[in-house]
Design a protein around this ligand. Structure first.
Ligand SMILES: C[S@@+](CC[C@H](N)C(=O)[O-])C[C@H]1O[C@@H](n2cnc3c(N)ncnc32)[C@H](O)[C@@H]1O
Length: 470
């Protein structure tokens, strides 16, 4: 039976909307019981802006849910929770903007706080969805045996525009696969409640904060409408090349197998499977795997989530609006893209996972996109690619050769080998590859389309074929 308490907010649908909009603000005061919510909203909030946001989000959510309820009563089609959450998000932002325009500057950073909370909401949901659950206390130190092992190790990372990372967190040689379902890994536990405890943040190394921001930017590249241009520049030529190289793949009893090392958030590997390949994306960065798993396995509708990827830098910005603009993801629901049976993500270090003898000659195609310069020793990558590609198979590569470890000494004064394109091709030839096609592709990488600074890469794009053994 409908009652006030049912609607606000014990009903499953309403509680989903309320949680999404209010949990990060109310933190430990959060509740779905109307009485407790009213007590919390009327209580003392030390910070004026947070107090405003807490009360405002309650008012807007109540209004939105009541409006939805009336619409349904009058036969209008129901809106999914994600749409209502987006409406509430927009309403709060609009209110804050209007307050500023009216000359009241007291809530100026309220908008920024709101955007950060919206990002936290997305991140918490991502972490909560990761099955089995994660114990983030283990994230604070070295990986422990018997659980998903995370190790901090010196490396620059993969950020093409910022060469200042000193460490990276990666999954240590663990393979996790999801075949249109979920990642599997050893059991670990995690409570999102702990994350709302602000003292926890003091333990998070800045380098990890930076990684999370970097993942948010990669989300735009792989899953945002704004990333379409860069996907057209990078993914399209690869997909067209695969399409033309394997014209009879649909007729074959077993579709050709394609491996995508350094798959990032998985979009390219997924698109390759949609072309009718068995496609495996390989990725070692824990953050990337959690995020791609969430988008691929847990998003139900296009534009389900809102994030603010551009709020973390004040540089090169035309306007505050540009910085504070929301991005809806995924621009196409993975289910509408078609998470096919032939698609999986394999988690672990490419060199460790694919140097197994069982992988030798297993792949009809290897596709690398902005990947082969992510190592200190590019020769090892080329050797491994040559081992896994079958005789007569192909290696398609798009790469600007930024060399992530350039000028960064490793733990034991390990150096980085930075070969020129000519030398890289020589090494590839040594490992049995012959160039069939080569051209330059002009593209950006995770650049903010509205920034005054956009790095462009004049990347080499090639198709090489592995010579048949005589
Ligand atoms: C520059 S990003 C490119 C991602 C994706 N290919 C794209 O074009 O958007 C390189 C990716 O390779 C991953 N990576 C780097 N070294 C790796 C390794 N040894 N094994 C697996 N993945 C690796 C990084 O975590 C990162 O996601």
């Amino acid at each position: 039976m409908e009652s006030r308490d049912h609607l606000f907010f014990s009903c499953h649908f309403c509680s989903e909307v309320w949680q999404a909009t209010a949990k990060n603000i109310y933190k430990t005061r959060f509740s779905t019981s109307w009485h407790s919510v009213v007590v919390a909203a009327c209580s003392n909030w030390q910070d004026r802006k947070i107090c405003y946001l807490a009360r405002s989000v309650l008012q807007v959510t109540v209004y939105t849910l009541w409006h939805e309820r009336n619409g349904r009563k009058h036969g209008e089609p129901p809106n999914p929770a994600s749409r209502l959450i987006q409406r509430i998000d927009k309403q709060i932002r609009d209110q804050l903007i209007v307050i500023g325009l009216m000359g009241d500057r007291r809530y100026d950073d309220g908008l920024l706080i709101w955007c950060i909370w919206t990002n936290s909401h997305f991140i918490l949901n991502m972490l909560e969805a990761f099955e089995p659950s994660l114990d983030l206390s283990k994230h604070m130190g070295k990986g422990k045996t018997g659980v998903l092992s995370i190790e901090l190790q010196r490396m620059e990372g993969y950020d093409y525009s910022h060469k200042n990372h000193s460490a990276d967190t990666r999954i240590n040689n663990k393979t996790c696969e999801f075949d249109g379902s979920q990642l599997n890994h050893d059991h670990v536990s995690f409570s999102s409640h702990d994350l709302l405890d602000s003292s926890l943040q003091t333990h998070v190394p800045l380098v990890d904060v930076d990684k999370v921001r970097w993942v948010l930017r990669n989300i735009v590249r792989d899953w945002g409408a704004e990333g379409q241009t860069t996907r057209d520049e990078c993914h399209k030529p690869i997909l067209e090349e695969l399409d033309s190289l394997f014209p009879d793949r649909q007729k074959e009893s077993t579709p050709p197998a394609c491996l995508v090392p350094g798959a990032g958030l998985g979009r390219l590997a997924l698109e390759i499977s949609c072309l009718g390949f068995r496609s495996v994306g390989n990725e070692f960065l824990y953050y990337m795997m959690i995020c791609s798993s969430f988008i691929l396995n847990y998003t139900k509708v296009p534009d389900e989530w809102t994030v603010y990827p551009w709020i973390y830098t004040n540089c090169n910005s035309h306007s505050e609006d540009d910085q504070l603009r929301p991005i809806s993801i995924p621009e196409a629901g993975p289910s509408s893209v078609g998470v096919t049976k032939g698609f999986s993500m394999c988690c672990g270090d490419f060199l460790e996972v694919f140097n197994e003898s069982s992988q030798a000659g297993m792949w009809d195609a290897v596709v690398t996109c902005f990947f082969i310069d992510t190592t200190r020793n590019i020769i090892e990558y080329i050797e491994t690619i040559s081992t896994v590609v079958k005789d007569g198979g192909v290696w398609i590569n798009l790469e600007p050769l930024c060399y992530h470890f350039a000028d960064i000494l490793g733990l034991e004064n390990e150096i980085s080998i930075e070969l020129s394109l000519e030398d890289v091709k020589r090494v590839a030839s040594h490992y049995g590859f012959e160039i069939e096609k080569e051209r330059t592709i002009d593209t950006t990488y995770c650049a903010n389309p509205r920034s005054m600074q956009k790095n462009r890469y004049y990347s080499v794009f090639w198709t090489m074929r592995k010579k048949c053994a005589i």
